[in-house]
Ligand binder design. Sequence first.
Ligand SMILES: [Zn+2]
Length: 323
Amino acid sequence: MKLKPALILLAVALLFAAAVPAAYGAHSIAAPGAAPLEFTLEPDEPTETPLSPQQLPPPTMTELADGVYHYFGLFSSSLVVIDGGQVLVTDPSNNARAQSLQEEIAKLTDDPVSIIALTHEHFDHVGGTSVFPDATVICHVNCQPQFDLDVLGDVPEVDLTFDTKMDVGVGNKLVELHYLGPGDGEATTVIYMPNEQIVVTSDLYEPRALTGKNWVDDKNFTGVRQILNTISQWPIKHAINAHSPGTAPQDLQENVAYYNDLFNAVYTALSDAASQGGIRALFGVFVSLPQTLQLEQYQDWENYDTSFPRHVERMLQAITHAD
Ligand SMILES: [Zn+2]
């Protein structure tokens, strides 16, 4: 996360506002007739004071190409495409954010949002679609199994699914939805506008920051590497990622290098151990490498100190277990 811990605290508090009275600390929930389930939500740095809603940065709507915008509000990105009486948005996220998104779009067009494309199945991206009742909701076919587990009551009714690729027309503009394999979650969708050379990804990377260790458990590290390598070959003028306001393609390219460097270092260690000591030596690598491996060129990236060993573990798991 590139965000300050206080901002993360507030974002999570807002996300949970309807369901959990206080975002962090001990909680219990219970299904009718069942014993309560105790759980604790812990931020990385719980001592910072959350911002009040008045201290939230105002949303921004940045025009990237004719009729194509990057909305950034409540710590999340949406692509907005307006053409020919149609409006496409990505990832409304939740009702409060969707209403803000609606207000900003109303400054640009009177046309209602007609298409919502979701970037993946995670709960912090898929809520708020009911704010746009006229919209057709598109999500990869792998979204529904996760939506069946919804605890917030906020997942959308999906109108259209796709398997490997879907072309969506927005007026005269083309928006491509690509499934390039699992990345962050199982329904990872890369959105690309080939004519405008704009790509949108969610939760695959952030500028000069490692994904925090608490958020990597369902991130497929070899999958993320493959996806980033694939899209880095496409012509790109703007690369929108989920949780930062910038769109510089360099941020994407630096993360391509990071994932390749991490993969190469871990793969080399595993190969060397296997050739010298077989499967027993591989187990030794699992124990030692997260403590010993360093990639010095990334030591100034945010979260490196706290999260790099966990990244090494996840890459070890991805290479040997394929997830
Ligand atoms: Zn995610």
